[in-house]
Design a protein around this ligand. Structure first.
Ligand SMILES: [Zn+2]
Ligand SMILES: [Zn+2]
Length: 337
């Protein structure tokens, strides 16, 4: 096996990622050494790079939508085999003892550590991950393409799925910001026999068309009034003004779910748009249960991701394209060989 690996690291927020050559890590007790096949590029990576997330480990290798093969197994690991394909998500470690960990809400653990933020992530040829937080993934063929299409499931898919679960059982769902998470959630909603409407930046007809191609019953600018009221609203775009906008689109008893880790400030709004038992909530991180449920469901739908591939050393370009909204679906870094 190679002794060194290529990686892209963030030295300081506000700077571009830097390509470096690092020693291949060794798997310590409880961990897997994974040869990365593909790693998704998530909006959270932009928040990290922009300094919008507190206390990152620095320097850090970003990336928390990792698909790869197990090439090394530390002591005290059961249930994984060399060559097996695994996925590594955002949730990288929890304490297992606090009140949140004890009652099924490990996503809220105060001591939690997150992949590509406080633990080195997948913008690299190899990564080490705590085996208890890795998910087995299907590997019906060895094509790298396959890995790229799985990668967005690891965050966009999981967080989207958790957001949808917390939105309740309503029949008509609004989706605000039609990017990687939205295009996966749309397929889950169709599978469940529910309707969705897509709200985009003003004039973003390409995203609106993409949403219609995935079955949206209506797609338009976020400022437009939809033709019918919503049972729930999922906000994936990091724009606070969407919260009162979504409230005005919501029927009584509906919920606005904010799914991003960071959002600009929410402006003041009149109480009567919240009245009628409407609610606003956030979704934070994921639990392993979310991951197992969603990764079992996704191939049965089956979820098809739209991916845009970039080589590892073009991670900065991929991030720029994501920031500018220059593609539909998800950006993924692919590593060959
Ligand atoms: Zn805990
Ligand atoms: Zn993410």
């Amino acid at each position: 096996m190679a002794k060194t690996m290529r990686a892209m690291i963030l030295d300081r927020p506000g700077e571009a990622l830097r390509g470096v050559e690092l020693p291949v890590p060794t798997p310590g007790s409880g961990t897997l050494l994974i040869k990365v096949e593909a790693c998704g590029v998530c909006r959270t990576d932009l928040h990290l790079i922009d300094g919008e997330l507190p206390h990152p480990m620095l320097p850090v290798i970003p990336g928390h939508e990792i698909v790869g093969r197990v090439v090394g197994i530390g002591e005290q690991v059961a249930g994984f085999a060399i060559g097996q394909r695994v996925g590594v998500p955002w949730l990288g470690w929890t304490c297992g003892e606090c009140v949140f960990c004890s009652n099924g809400r490990e996503n809220l653990c105060d001591a939690a550590r997150f992949t590509g933020y406080q633990i080195h992530g997948g913008y690299a040829e190899y990564t080490v991950a705590d085996a208890r937080y890795c998910f087995p993934l299907p590997a019906d063929n060895d094509a790298a393409d396959d890995a790229a299409e799985l990668a967005p499931l690891l965050c966009a898919g999981l967080i989207g799925y958790r957001a949808l679960r917390l939105a309740g059982e309503g029949k008509r769902i609004g989706i605000y910001g039609f990017g990687a998470a939205a295009h996966i959630v749309a397929q889950v909603l169709r599978h469940q026999g529910r309707e969705f409407m897509a709200f985009t930046r003003p004039g973003d007809t390409a995203s609106q068309e993409f949403a219609r191609s995935l079955g949206a019953v209506w797609a338009g600018d976020a400022g437009q009034m939809p033709p019918a009221s919503l049972d729930a609203a999922l906000i994936f775009a990091p724009a606070g003004p969407l919260v009162p906008t979504a409230l005005t689109h919501l029927g009584k008893g509906g919920c606005v779910v904010c799914a991003g880790i960071h959002m600009s400030d929410i402006p003041g709004f009149p109480y009567d748009i919240l009245w009628g038992e409407r609610s606003i909530r956030s979704v934070a991180n994921l639990t392993r249960r979310d991951g197992l449920e969603f990764l079992e469901l996704a191939p049965r739908i089956p979820v098809r991701t739209e991916v845009h591939r970039f080589p590892l050393d073009q991670a900065n370009l991929a991030l720029t394209h994501l920031r500018r909204g220059e593609f539909q679906g998800a950006a993924v870094l692919t590593l060959d060989g």
